[in-house]
Write a protein that binds this ligand. Sequence first.
Ligand SMILES: Cc1cc2nc3c(=O)[nH]c(=O)nc-3n(C[C@H](O)[C@H](O)[C@H](O)COP(=O)(O)OP(=O)(O)OC[C@H]3O[C@@H](n4cnc5c(N)ncnc54)[C@H](O)[C@@H]3O)c2cc1C
Length: 390
Amino acid sequence: MTVRYDVMLAGAGLANGLIAWRLHQQRPDLKVLLLEQGDRLGGNHTWSFHEADLTPAQHAWLAPLVSHRWDGYQVIFPERRRRLPGGYMSIAAHDFARVLSRTLAGQVRTGARITQLTPTSVTLEDGEVLEAGAVIDGRGAQSSPHLALGYQGFVGQEVRLSRPHGLTEPILMDASVEQGQGYRFVYVLPFSADTLLIEDTHYVDGPVIDAARLRGNISAYAQARGWSTVEVLREEQGVLPITLAGDLSAFWHDHAGQPVSGLRAGLFHPTTGYSLPHAVRLAERIASAPDLSAAALARIVALEAEREWRRQGFFRLLNRMLFLAGKPGDRWKVMQRFYGLQAGLISRFYAGRLTPLDKLRIVSGKPPVPLGQAIRAAGLTQPRKIRISA
Ligand SMILES: Cc1cc2nc3c(=O)[nH]c(=O)nc-3n(C[C@H](O)[C@H](O)[C@H](O)COP(=O)(O)OP(=O)(O)OC[C@H]3O[C@@H](n4cnc5c(N)ncnc54)[C@H](O)[C@@H]3O)c2cc1C
């Protein structure tokens, strides 16, 4: 007999994994199925977020998935070095996979590649068709002609060193490094006394990275810091979307009643490409929805995405400054100036919750890029008018 699921989650990455986890906590009576093409949930990532991005209640339900926590972090620029207070946390994908697979036993199918999907059914590679009251498509980012994007491309290596590194808190941005074709910085997370995640990151115009070059940058950075690497334990890489402008209604029109989640729903921070806080909020909305039909869930997601889009206009404007104004090699100046602002403002920036006064503070004073170019970049709100050299 065919099983009909209440909710089927297509792709078991961050967003759908959190929806399944929250549904399990709030609605254990439901028949839920997570489908993943890979051999484990969550892929190969380290997902980090700031404590202030989430409410205490959200922290409480997410806590079993959190792998690391620090009390503050540093940023380093050619003319500024600063420690900022505030918790910073990471979820390692292997912990996410371990906890979710154990808790959701019987609700997960790995090695299940989806070839077709509708709001209420999924077809797998081997032809099997599965049905549900609603299918939520969380198969990661999808390109859209209705969004003008820049990219944050990076390679990260988790390394074991010959001696303790002495770092007790993350370096979120070390932009004192040589700049490339766009804004470049190194991101470092100290996982234990002798292990680090070191990521070489570039804000670039196209969705491609030269992984070999970035690996070389990581080893040069480690060497310059006096860290001798004994072993590369793991590597992750990504090219995250940075939104410059877009036409939200056309973007949603393309989804045509299909519930979506995560990057596919455009639910990410426009300047960092990070999506964890958005994924947490969406998981809560879905788990508390009285109606879990596909039509109702598609409406919930579209409303959430629309609300976020309206809140994020200012971030898209900042992104245009970062990608379209000034010389690529000078764009670090935008970030260096930003990190001179008040700690509370910086924390609200990451949480995507700037106040009108915060916005005024960010744009007031002498701009770190030429004024004419800044004004031109600010006015480019139509995705089709934006030409970056991708
Ligand atoms: C290496 C890396 C590090 C990142 N670090 C952070 C961070 O620190 N903090 C943060 O907030 N964000 C981070 N991000 C950005 C973003 O939050 C992540 O990309 C996040 O995983 C996006 O969530 P998602 O659920 O939309 O997609 P994903 O987590 O990518 O999940 C999509 C899933 O769908 C599966 N899938 C795709 N196609 C099919 C198919 N046809 N059939 C079956 N399954 C399929 C994939 O295998 C994958 O598991 C990072 C991204 C990357 C790539």
